[in-house]
Design a protein around this ligand. Structure first.
Ligand SMILES: *Cc1c(COP(=O)(O)O)cnc(C)c1O
Length: 358
């Protein structure tokens, strides 16, 4: 039996989109492939609210995190982490021999504009990273306030992980001044996994020229050089299947549902889940910063999350345990991509029925 997924990726994919994944292949050097790539990139840019060129990557989002921090750091990067995915940036830097400082907030708490100001004011860094939506703690960072203080340091490049939020909540990349913004297909966008997208500012791509060892396959500058020069062709064979699926799904997001309605639906489900969580448990993150795409709930009643999920599974539903050290201490309900409020109601009702039996 297929379980309805309430996990923060992969998400359930609309049947039309799954069908589009099965579109017959074409040569990737053909004019049709160029047009597909160009068309999809233009639609992605609308979701990102950016004029910067979009790169489509046949890797999951982590590939673009690695490629961007390695390709763009000439001096030293500072990674502001609020959880497991923030820490990932620092690990990716270290294993690529990129100098990095890791600044961790207490989990459940945000990266504050003050801490960003404090570190950037040292002048030691040419790159900083922010996790827009930390999936492990269910926290959304105050990026508007961060963007304000960052105006004092326009030369420091801002890389942002928006993997689990882009497409589910407004992230106006250009208005914020994010230099490289990254997302994956298998979260709020609503596609199968294995593909990702980013935007990159002109000055980021210019700045990276001084980085000598940018890697090969994930050299951001090389990838961009390729798509910008020979419009929308990639150096190696990309996942055309994901592009077909994106073409269909982005039309749905932009023209059928509409971005505003999509954001409103996500917010509605987030508010409902938070209210339910507070009634029965507690929210893990500081409420003001609770995520609009995934709710992380403190397991204050000491239930077995594993057993809860097993019983939900018998009914055809799946939620997510806590991530890493937060396993069993928290659990997570994702409400992203094309999940509907009515489906969420059914899930919450089921959990209400199961909890007394645990
Ligand atoms: C899922 C996730 C990632 C990892 O993305 P992949 O596409 O699995 O590589 C990174 N950051 C955040 C916030 C995520 O939720």
């Amino acid at each position: 039996m297929h379980k309805k997924l309430f996990i923060p990726g992969p998400v359930d994919v609309r049947p039309e989109v799954l069908e589009a994944m099965g579109t017959p292949m074409i040569g990737h050097r053909t004019k049709d492939a160029t047009e597909l790539q160009k068309r999809v990139s233009e639609k992605v840019a609308k979701v990102f609210m950016t004029k910067n060129p979009i790169l489509l990557s046949t890797t999951s989002g982590t590939g673009l995190m690695e490629g961007s921090i390695r390709s763009l750091t000439a001096k030293k990067a500072v990674v502001f982490s609020v959880g497991a995915f923030g820490d990932r940036w620092a690990k990716l830097a270290e294993c690529n021999n990129v100098p990095v400082d890791l600044v961790r907030a207490e989990w459940g708490h945000p990266t504050t504009p003050e801490i960003v100001d404090e570190y950037l004011s040292t002048g030691k860094y040419d790159v900083f990273t922010i996790t827009h939506n930390e999936t492990s703690t269910g926290l959304m960072n105050p990026v508007k306030a961060i963007a304000e203080v960052r105006k004092k340091y326009p030369d420091v490049l801002w890389l942002m992980d928006a993997v689990s939020s882009m497409g589910g909540t407004p992230i106006p990349v250009d208005e914020l001044g994010v230099d490289v913004c990254i997302t994956s297909t298998q979260k709020a966008i609503g596609l199968p996994p294995g593909f990702s997208m980013c935007s990159a500012s002109e000055r980021a791509l210019e700045y990276g020229k001084q980085v000598k060892y940018r890697g090969g396959y994930l050299d951001l500058l090389d990838l961009y050089k390729y798509i910008l020069k020979k419009p929308y062709q990639y150096p190696s064979t990309p996942s055309l299947s994901h592009m077909y699926a994106l073409d269909v799904q982005l039309d749905y997001i932009l023209n059928e549902e509409g971005l505003e309605n999509r954001f409103a639906r996500h917010l509605k489900m987030a508010e409902r889940t938070r209210a339910w969580a507070k009634e029965h448990f507690e929210l893990f993150p500081v409420e003001e910063y609770a995520s609009n795409t995934v709710t992380c709930i403190k397991n204050t009643r000491g239930i077995s999350v594993k057993d809860l999920n097993a019983k939900l599974g018998e009914k055809g539903y799946q939620i997510s345990n806590g991530y890493g050290d937060l396993k069993e201490k928290t659990f997570r309900i994702a409400h992203m991509a094309d999940r509907q409020p009515e489906e969420l109601e059914t899930l919450l009702k089921l959990i209400d029925e199961i909890i007394p039996t645990l």
